[in-house]
Design a protein around this ligand. Structure first.
Ligand SMILES: Cc1cc2nc3c(=O)[nH]c(=O)nc-3n(C[C@H](O)[C@H](O)[C@H](O)COP(=O)(O)OP(=O)(O)OC[C@H]3O[C@@H](n4cnc5c(N)ncnc54)[C@H](O)[C@@H]3O)c2cc1C
Length: 412
């Protein structure tokens, strides 16, 4: 592993700016960096250098082996990427824009790696950070930020996806009074990292509506089985969880989350990260196709010299530039505490939709070679099928925006 300085302390990252190698960004037509502070550029470049050194040379193998590289978790932790935007409890306390910039770089490596950071930081840690007791925060957040404990976030069920309110996982109290145990039963599906997690945040129905529970995965009755084989997110793990009468102490419940607002507030964090991440994947697919088009000769000239190829590259670059501008605008709103719920849907829907189109178009420039793992676009396109599905599908975000525009809810 390459030695990389922590991003945890802004001062460290700023002073390291000079030493980070500036890697080219051929998709940038608008001098995007002029919109960033020196500190943001420095942080972005350090994550880009990490991805270039540690992820890009290995990702095809991990993807082929369908393996999440647990061995890079310590380095991600030392970079301050776990719970990066959370404050206190050993977390890096970075801004939303910085978190987004890092997510874009990670997803330029692979969506599976950005997904890990998202599940750990935006979902599991953020659930405990937002809704947990001081005891829960002190117990879990420092070890999760340090990469010593992996967390997962169990909301989706085999029969409850876009409509999590229909969940059937149930938490009952074993008796009466404030200190009786909780007993959880049910199934969760598609839960990232659930078989390697030390702690699971599980959302369950109770007599008082949906509540969140902090479940150490060593608790008897908890079983996580990876869902295999997958055609998308192969360098990442998703599991089915079975909860068979999992007995928890009375203080396992997240005290400050009641109803679906609890999980939704965490999903919004993860959706925000996707706005940036999806564009990172698109940018990497574009760069691969651009480089190939300059070298590949057909009919006696490089593919890049043909107008049809240039039109494809230009259309891709326009959407990448617009996508990053949108991400930055929403990030600045988030940092100012002004980001509205529907605005996250604008970014998630638009950037996932454009990213998948860009990755597919990039694949066409690669011709037959584009279907191999030697090139990134089809891998990114396959991953982006998951990204457009989780954290609210295209249809769900369309319905959110439709309701915003018309005042009519069309969900059911
Ligand atoms: C790689 C991956 C990782 C994931 N990680 C996690 C995780 O860590 N934790 C977690 O809890 N979940 C996770 N999920 C689950 C994810 O959030 C769900 O897959 C998603 O919410 C969609 O649910 P579903 O798959 O059950 O599809 P469904 O909800 O069954 O939807 C199927 C189709 O019907 C459409 N549809 C649904 N309702 C409507 C409607 N009202 N109008 C029109 N169309 C509609 C959908 O848009 C979709 O196109 C993950 C999923 C994947 C693929």
């Amino acid at each position: 592993m390459t030695a990389t300085a922590s991003l945890a302390a802004p001062d460290t990252a700023a002073s390291a700016a000079g030493s980070a190698e500036r890697l080219p960004d051929p998709a940038d037509l608008i001098s995007f960096d002029t919109l960033l502070t020196d500190e943001e550029v420095a942080l972005r470049d350090r994550v880009r250098a990490f991805v270039t050194a540690e992820i890009k040379p290995n990702i095809a193998r991990w993807y082929e082996e369908a393996r999440f590289p647990l061995e890079i978790v310590p380095e991600m932790a030392s970079l301050g990427l776990l719970g990066m935007h959370l404050h206190g409890y050993g977390c890096a306390g970075r801004s939303a824009v910085e978190y987004g910039l890092a997510g874009a770089e990670l997803e330029a490596g692979d969506s599976g790696l950005r997904t890990f950071v998202s599940v750990q930081g935006s979902l599991a840690m953020s659930a405990i950070h937002k809704h947990g007791s001081e005891e829960q925060k002190h117990e879990w957040l420092p070890q999760m930020a340090a990469g010593e404990a992996i967390g997962c976030f169990g909301l989706t069920e085999p029969t409850a996806g876009s409509d999590p309110g229909s969940m059937t996982t149930y938490a009952r109290r074993d008796g009466t009074g404030p200190t009786v145990d909780w007993v959880l039963s049910g199934k969760k599906r598609w839960i990232g990292l659930a078989n390697v997690a030390k702690v699971a945040v599980i959302w369950a129905m109770t007599d008082d509506g949906v509540r969140g529970f902090v479940v150490p995965t060593a608790t008897p009755g908890y079983t996580a089985t990876p869902i295999e084989p997958k055609l998308s997110m192969r360098a990442s793990i998703q599991c089915e969880i079975e909860l068979d009468e999992v007995r928890l102490p009375h203080d396992a419940v997240l005290p400050n989350a009641g109803g679906l607002k609890g999980p939704f507030s965490c999903l919004n964090e993860a959706r925000y990260g996707i706005i940036w991440g999806s564009m990172g994947a698109a940018r990497d697919a574009f760069e691969d196709a651009l480089a190939y088009s300059k070298e590949r000769l057909q009919f006696g000239r490089p593919l890049a010299g043909y107008q049809l190829t240039q039109a494809k590259l230009v259309d891709m670059a326009l959407e990448i530039n617009k996508g990053f501008l949108l991400a930055l605008h929403l990030g600045r709103l988030k940092d100012a505490g002004k980001l509205q719920h529907h605005q996250i849907s604008v970014g998630k829907l638009n950037n996932c939709r454009e990213a998948i189109e860009i990755a597919r178009e990039a694949r066409t420039i690669l011709g037959g070679n584009g279907i191999t793992l030697e090139h990134s676009p089809l891998r990114h396109a396959n991953n982006l099928e998951s990204v457009r599905t989780y954290e609210g599908t295209d249809e769900v975000h369309t319905l959110i925006l439709g309701q915003k525009l018309t005042g009519e809810a069309a969900f059911r």
